[in-house]
Structures are given as structure tokens and as C-alpha cells.
Design a binder for this molecule. Structure first.
Ligand SMILES: *[C@@H]1O[C@H](CO)[C@@H](O)[C@H](O)[C@H]1NC(C)=O
Ligand SMILES: *[C@@H]1O[C@H](CO)[C@@H](O)[C@H](O)[C@H]1NC(C)=O
Length: 379
């Protein structure tokens, strides 16, 4: 068992390094930090290298073929046909200063392991204040300079609206209102986009995202994600919640299991029809009046969807690699195959690499790092 695990990690590491395109040797700078605010006037954005262009394999479908019944959302018709393409794999992510380096690595990993990278359309949610910036720190400028060939759209998110709903007792969540942006994707993205893969910024894929995007959503399932039925579901809600029958009845006829909201395949059309954003907001309003859960953005998702989601193989969210929330201990992979590595938890690989105290698995993130350090040079 142990040996298999070690062997798997070695093979994974090897395949990553072999497939890694990078021609730039990067010497990790001791103290490069990216903690400034994206929308601050004085803030000098971190510099990222340009990623190479990635090409479709010959068998990839054309994005514009057989796509006559699309609803235009831009003046430019060709452009909107592209954005609405049902052949495209739609990926949604948030972009904010604290996780920008992670987002860049995630995008690169998606493209690098895709057999149809030109068929991927990214949808980036940014804070409204960052979107209003006219400087080089504008998210569009940052993305375009590293990924000149990327198909993407930027969506400003009025984070003050979500901030008003966040219970004041949850400080860390308040620091990052974009955490809540995933609940608003169905309203933010154009209605012609039916299905999207939502990804957190602290992860890399090592497999073709098209396989994840093709997850079936049978029946009325609104979203698909890996489920963890061994996790103690009770612990996500307070005794106040469980002792109130009018609240706990919520889970009475469901086999509710924990799922991580960092990797989800979402049927946006069903979400819109069901009005689930309103439902999530109602639970958040209730949380402000009586404490029914401890964590930030996850429990409302569990309340609305747990027990009714479509399963995804665990290989698509090897989560927890950020380590323990309190002490930041290193974590190992869960047994089984790996398609996506997720550094959820307190520690982030770029922070640990910069401080020269990486966890062993952080070496799997490093090949996707696009940050230009003062000491990087072209080989
Ligand atoms: C659509 O056009 C706009 C403006 O010309 C551009 O900024 C955007 O990136 C385009 N979207 C795609 C998916 O090509
Ligand atoms: C699950 O969590 C609850 C609340 O934290 C606790 O009381 C209970 O003992 C736990 N159950 C198991 C099986 O660990």
C-alpha cells in the first residue's frame, strides 16, 4: 500500500516534469510575496511569464459548427457564438490578488492537460473595484499578457452585496467575499452557457478537464462533485441547528454527505430555474440571526444541495493538500488515482515554496508556477 502510494507519486512527478513545457529556469526567490490588493492604486502587480500557445488535436469538434440557435450577448456575433458554444468546455474561476499566482498556475494546468485546449472558454469573476481599474493591474491585462491566446470573459462581481450577507462573526470569510461568487455564477454568466466547471484557485489539474466537464447530471441534479460520506456531516452545523426540528428537517429525507465546493460541475440552467441563489441567501440571512453553522461559504451549499448531487470520482478533488487548518501540517494524497490536486486548507504551495519550507507534494505545483522572480532567467 505504502509502496504503491510512493510509486504513484513518483510516476506523477515524473510525468509532470516530462510534460512540463517550461524553458525558463526559475530560481525560487526567498521572499516574493503577492499579498497586496489587486485594486490598490499604489500596488505593483506581480509579473508573470507568458505561457505557450496550446493547440487542439485534430479530432476536436469545431466551436462554431452546428450552433445556429444561440442567443447573442455581444455586438460582435462571431464572438458571442463562441461564448455560447455548446461544444466548448466552460470553466469559471475567481481572480483576486491573494490567489492570483494560484489562478495562473491553475489555468496553465487546465490548458496543458487538455486535448482540446482551444475549445476551453474561461469565465473569470473579479471584484467590481478591480474590474474598474484602468491600469496594468486590470485582470484582463494580467491574463492577456500571460495567455495571449486564451478565450475568456471577465465578470465584475459586486462583492459589497455578498459582504452584507456574510455573518459578521466570520472574519476570514469577510476578507474574501469572492469566496461567495460561486453562488452567483448562474446570474453572472450569459444565459446561453448551460453548464460550467467551477474551480478554486489553489489547485492544478493533471488530467483532461473535458472528462470532468462530461460528468452526467442525471435526473434533476443541479451539480456534480466528489462526495465524502465518511466525513462527519453533523459537525458542519451547530447544536442550535440540529436541535431545531424546523431546521434539521432539511436533511430528513436525504442521504446528505459532505462535498467540497472547490470543484463542481454546475448545470446553470437548472440552477436558474430552481432559484437556488435566493435559497442560499436565505440561509445566509438566517445565519446572521442565529448561528447555525461554523464555516463560511460551504454550509449553505450543503443545506441546498447535499444528498441531491451527482457523484464525481474522488480523483477529481484530491483536497486538503494545504494541510491542517490550525497547524498547517503537510498532508499526503488520498489513496487512488489523481486527476486534480487541491491545496485546500491553510497552507498554499506558493507561500511554502517561497519560504523554503515546502511540503513534499508542493513540488507537483511548482512546474505550473508562472511568476517571474527577480532571479528568473531564460535558458
Ligand atoms: C469577446 O470580445 C470581447 C471584446 O472584443 C473580448 O474582450 C473577449 O475576450 C471576447 N471573448 C471571447 C470568448 O473571445
Ligand atoms: C460527529 O460530530 C458531532 C458534533 O461535532 C459529535 O457530537 C459526534 O460525536 C461526531 N460523531 C462521530 C461518529 O464522530
Amino acid at each position: 500500500m505504502m509502496l504503491k502510494q510512493v510509486l504513484l507519486q513518483f510516476l506523477l512527478l515524473l510525468s509532470l516534469f516530462v510534460s512540463s513545457f517550461t524553458t525558463t529556469i526559475t530560481v525560487v526567490a526567498a521572499a516574493a510575496t503577492t499579498t497586496s490588493i489587486l485594486n490598490s492604486e499604489t500596488y505593483l502587480p506581480p509579473q508573470f511569464r507568458e505561457a505557450p500557445e496550446f493547440y487542439n488535436s485534430p479530432t476536436c469538434p469545431s466551436l462554431t459548427e452546428g450552433n445556429n440557435n444561440v442567443i447573442g450577448i455581444e455586438e460582435n456575433e462571431k464572438n458571442s457564438t463562441l461564448i455560447c458554444s455548446e461544444k466548448a468546455v466552460h470553466v469559471a474561476m475567481t481572480l483576486d490578488a491573494a490567489y492570483l499566482r494560484g489562478s495562473m498556475a491553475a489555468i496553465l494546468s487546465v490548458l496543458q492537460h487538455s486535448s482540446c485546449p482551444q475549445n476551453i472558454i474561461f469565465h473569470f469573476v473579479v471584484s467590481a473595484s478591480a474590474a474598474a481599474s484602468t491600469t496594468a493591474s486590470h485582470p484582463r491585462a494580467i491574463i492577456s499578457s500571460s495567455f495571449p491566446y486564451l478565450k475568456f470573459q471577465i465578470y465584475p462581481f459586486d462583492d459589497s452585496a455578498a459582504a452584507g450577507l456574510i455573518s459578521t462573526s466570520i472574519r476570514s470569510a469577510l476578507d474574501c467575499p469572492l469566496n461567495y461568487a460561486r453562488s452567483y455564477l448562474p446570474a453572472l454568466l450569459p444565459t446561453c452557457v448551460r453548464k460550467v466547471v467551477y474551480l478554486d484557485s489553489d489547485l492544478v489539474l493533471v488530467d483532461d478537464i473535458a472528462h470532468l466537464a462530461a460528468t452526467p447530471l442525471p435526473g434533476a441534479a443541479v451539480l456534480a462533485a466528489p462526495e465524502y460520506c465518511d466525513a462527519n456531516f453533523t459537525a458542519y452545523f451547530t447544536p442550535t441547528f440540529w436541535s431545531n426540528p424546523s431546521l434539521s428537517v432539511r436533511f430528513a429525507n436525504r442521504k446528505a454527505c459532505y462535498f467540497n465546493t472547490g470543484v463542481m460541475v454546475i448545470d446553470l440552467a437548472r440552477w436558474r430555474d430552481g432559484g437556488y441563489t435566493t435559497e442560499i441567501e436565505e440561509w445566509m440571512e438566517l445565519q446572521k440571526r442565529m448561528r447555525i453553522y461554523e464555516l463560511g461559504s460551504l454550509p449553505p451549499f450543503l443545506l441546498v444541495f447535499a444528498g441531491n448531487i451527482a457523484p464525481v470520482d474522488h480523483r477529481w478533488n484530491q483536497h486538503g493538500l494545504g494541510g491542517d487548518n490550525f497547524r498547517g501540517l503537510c498532508r499526503d494524497l488520498h489513496p487512488g488515482p489523481v486527476s486534480l490536486l487541491h491545496w485546500s486548507g491553510k497552507g498554499k504551495p506558493w507561500v511554502r515554496l517561497d519560504s523554503n519550507r515546502p511540503c513534499p507534494l508542493d513540488a507537483l505545483w511548482a512546474p505550473y508556477d508562472l511568476l517571474k522572480t527577480p532571479y528568473s532567467f531564460e535558458s
